[in-house]
Ligand binder design. Structure first.
Ligand code: ZN
Length: 198
C-alpha cells in the first residue's frame, strides 16, 4: 500500500470497506476516480454526501426516504391494513416493481444473525409492534428464505401471535438464500400469492 500517495491509500481503504468490494476492486475504482475529470469526481462525492445527509427513515414504515413519510405510506391508494415486512428498501423496491401489491411495507433493515452479531434489537421490530396497535388485518412476512430470513420471520410471528393479527409467510418459491431484489417479478408474485398462514 505504501507505493501510493497517502490520499490514494485512504481512498482505497474507504472503498474496500464497502460490502462486496475487495482490495483489488477498491484499487481499480480508486484509480478510475483519480483519472476522472475533477467535476465528475466532485459530483460523485457530492452525491454521497447529499444522500447521507438527506435520506432518512420513514416515520411509519422505516424505509429510506427524503421526507418524513415515504410516498407509499402517504398514498391514499394503499391499503394500510396489510403490512408486508421486508429486510431492506431494495426488497421493497423489488415488490414495488411488480406493481401488483397494494398494501404497505415495514422495513427491518436486516435480519437476525447471531453470526454477524445482529440481534432483534438492531432491527426495526419495535417500530413494527407500535404499528400493530393500529387497525391491521394482516402481516405478510417477506424476509428472505435463507436461514437468517427464516429465523427473523419465526421470531416476529411469535411476537404477533398473542396480538391475534393474521400472519402469513411468503411461499418458498423464492430460492434459498436468494436476495429478493434479484428474483424476477413472476416468482415474487407467486411467492406472495401463495403465502401461508402461520
Ligand atoms: Zn413509509
Amino acid at each position: 500500500m505504501d507505493y501510493y500517495s497517502s490520499h490514494i491509500n485512504k481512498l482505497i481503504e474507504s472503498l474496500a470497506g464497502l460490502p462486496g468490494i475487495g482490495v483489488k476492486t477498491a484499487q481499480r475504482l480508486a484509480f478510475h476516480i483519480i483519472n476522472m475529470p475533477e467535476e465528475n469526481a466532485g459530483a460523485l462525492a457530492a452525491a454521497i454526501t447529499g444522500a447521507r445527509q438527506n435520506v432518512q427513515y420513514c416515520s411509519c414504515c422505516c424505509t429510506l426516504t427524503d421526507k418524513e413519510l415515504c410516498p407509499i405510506c402517504s398514498s391514499p391508494e394503499r391499503d394500510k391494513k396489510v403490512i408486508m415486512v421486508v429486510e431492506n428498501s431494495r426488497d421493497l423496491a423489488a415488490y414495488e416493481k411488480t406493481g401488483k401489491y397494494k398494501g404497505v411495507y415495514h422495513v427491518l433493515h436486516g435480519a437476525i444473525s447471531p453470526m454477524l452479531g445482529i440481534s432483534p434489537a438492531d432491527l426495526k421490530i419495535k417500530e413494527l409492534l407500535v404499528r400493530l396497535k393500529g387497525d391491521v388485518d394482516e402481516v405478510i412476512l417477506a424476509t428472505n428464505s435463507g436461514i437468517e430470513g427464516e429465523a427473523t420471520a419465526m421470531y416476529i410471528s411469535k411476537l404477533i401471535k398473542p396480538i391475534g393479527i393474521k400472519t402469513t409467510r411468503i411461499a418458498s418459491g423464492v430460492p434459498v438464500g436468494g436476495d429478493l431484489e434479484y428474483i424476477d417479478e413472476v416468482t415474487l408474485l407467486r411467492a406472495l400469492n401463495n403465502r401461508n398462514e402461520l
